[in-house]
Design a protein around this ligand. Structure first.
Ligand code: BES
Ligand code: MN
Ligand code: ZN
Length: 528
């Protein structure tokens, strides 16, 4: 044992009261996450009528006169008068705010389409969650003139509301705008039935997305491989059907995982692989969800420019999202088997860091020439996918903030989807459609596969100069994923972070993208 490991071990014992020990070498941050919490969301309830006072959020669609006729007389009249005065016609994206009307301090009116699917309902709910976050008093949400497509509108609105109301404010010691504790009431003809539906699924999605966003938003001095593991372990505590396995660096050495080890070797924070197995369907083949978990990507020796580097704390987004989707699935008690794998490492420059030109051996036995140490996500996934393959899974799906190229091509509205297996690709497209987490196909092509061959090793992790960057990353991972297993990869570099609040369910910062999609995809594998 090296001296630093002895120190780390001693520190671990000394600070047993803390959830995770800070590495002995990392001192002086003074922001132990155990001392801070983000402000709590409003409690959610369902009832046949809105609460009195506070805010009423009203979704209105179709003919305004007809829609307002279905409302209580005073409310209908107030909305008609206000709409006429402001030129509000109830068109989608149109909004109207009335102050001190029909017994409410505020009435916020949202125009919408007359037929609304679950994704659009969640988006509207999210917008309301954002808009009403700091409103004093209770919030009530109802819709008029709207037909929900085969779903319970109140439940979808409540789910979106929970997603939109999120803030990461635990490090603010002044000027924190805590949301009032008054409840949010969602109006439903059968409140008890809506409540039961929300408790069966929606609430788990909200809590799962909250876990993912917390992990992603935390700075890299707080979330590193070991503390990621500790937080996720805590989130799964007591959930039925779940078992956890964590590989430390010694275990990775034994398995021959030279790829992920090479990425983590420049950091004081040792790499980890976290495996969460949820078994709800006997001996059925599991779906393997494998996420990139770079807790900070400085680029390593191929160091990134300073501008925007701070955001690379989000480079563990894939890992956070696969864990979150699995948490929602397990909390629901779904009849399906899922194996979630987080490939966790910190990519740092150091005297011991991997150099450009180094050659490393992966768990598969294939050798990798490291052309650019900043193309590290594909390298950790090479070993993680080999590990996933040992589960004999029905499918392997990767989720990774892999390339700037995907973000440049598709912006922040679509993740790039690569599918080697057409049936799996279609399943993911269907899950994207149903969940609202949009994807766009990018190509796998043998000509691009040839570009990741190395002159001196089996494959190289990057090419010199330009090229189809997102496809090259996908092909590299493909080379480490056994051909008999259906495989797909989602490059989420563009959708994982919102520079501004672009969608209802996403305030600025870590997005909800992908948790709902993976949850929906896994549903399709449930035993019936
Ligand atoms: N984590 C980044 C991907 C990334 C870059 C996301 C910029 C968002 C914005 C990844 O590890 C990376 O650095 N990729 C390189 C690959 C290149 C060196 C082949 C990239 O995309 O520039
Ligand atoms: Mn990188
Ligand atoms: Zn990265």
């Amino acid at each position: 044992m090296k001296p630093c490991e002895c120190l780390a071990a001693a520190f671990l014992v000394a600070s047993a009261a803390l959830a995770v020990a800070t590495p002995a070498q990392a001192t002086g941050t003074l922001v132990a996450p155990s001392t801070a919490a983000s402000s709590a969301p409003r409690p959610v309830r369902f009832a046949a009528a809105p609460a009195s006072g506070g805010t009423l959020a009203l979704i209105l669609a179709g003919d305004l006169a007809d829609a307002t006729k279905t409302l209580p007389a005073a409310l209908g009249a107030a909305v008609r008068d206000g709409a006429a005065a402001a030129g509000f016609e109830g068109r989608p994206e149109q909004t109207l705010t009335l102050v001190n009307a029909a017994g409410h301090a505020r009435i916020r009116v949202y125009g919408a389409e007359t037929r609304l699917g679950p994704a659009r309902l969640q988006e509207l709910g999210g917008r309301i969650g954002q808009d009403t976050r700091e409103d004093r008093g209770p919030v009530s949400v109802m819709a008029a003139g709207v037909a929900a497509d085969g779903v319970d509108a109140a439940v979808e609105l409540a789910t979106g509301f929970g997603l939109g109301a999120y803030r990461f404010d635990r490090y603010k010691t002044e000027g924190r705008r805590t949301p009032p504790a008054d409840p949010a009431t969602f109006v439903s003809a059968d409140g008890a039935a809506s409540e039961a539906r929300f408790r069966a699924e929606g609430v788990h999605l909200v809590e799962a997305v909250t876990l993912a966003r917390d992990l992603i938003s935390e700075p890299a001095n707080v979330i590193y491989p070991e503390s990621f593991v500790a937080r996720v372990r805590e989130a799964f505590r007591g959930v039925q059907g779940v078992s956890l396995e964590v590989l430390d660096e010694a275990a990775m050495q034994r398995l021959g995982m030279g790829a992920i080890l090479s990425v983590g070797q420049g950091s004081r924070r040792p790499a980890r692989i976290m495996v969460v197995r949820y078994r709800g369907a006997g001996d059925a083949a599991p779906v393997a969800l494998v996420g990139k978990g770079i807790t900070f990507d400085s680029g390593g020796i191929s160091i990134k420019p300073a501008a925007g580097m701070w955001r690379m704390k989000y480079d563990m987004s894939g890992a956070a999202r696969v864990m979150a989707a699995t948490l929602a699935t397990a909390r629901r008690g779904a009849a399906v088997n899922v194996t979630a794998i987080a490939a966790l490492a910190e990519n740092m420059p150091d005297g011991n860091a991997t150099r450009p030109g180094d050659v490393v051996r992966s768990m598969s036995g294939k050798t990798i020439e490291i052309i650019n140490t900043d193309a590290e996500g594909r390298v950790v996934l090479a070993d993680a996918n080999q590990l996933a393959a040992r589960e004999r899974p029905a499918a392997i799906v990767n989720m990774a903030t892999l390339t700037g190229s995907a973000a440049q091509a598709l912006g922040d509205q679509y993740a790039a989807l690569f599918a080697r297996d057409e049936a799996l690709g279609r399943r993911i497209e269907a899950a994207a459609e149903a969940s609202g987490d949009a994807v766009w196909r990018l190509p796998l092509n043998p000509a691009y596969a040839r570009l990741v061959r190395s002159d001196i090793a089996d494959v190289r992790n990057s090419t010199e100069g330009a090229g189809p960057g997102a496809s090259l990353g996908a092909h590299f991972i493909e080379a480490f994923t056994p051909a008999d297993i259906p495989w797909a990869h989602l490059d989420i570099a563009g959708v994982a972070w919102r520079t501004t609040a672009t969608q209802g369910v996403d305030p600025q910062g870590a997005s909800a993208w992908g948790v709902r999609l993976l949850h929906e995809l896994v549903k399709g594998f449930e035993r019936r």
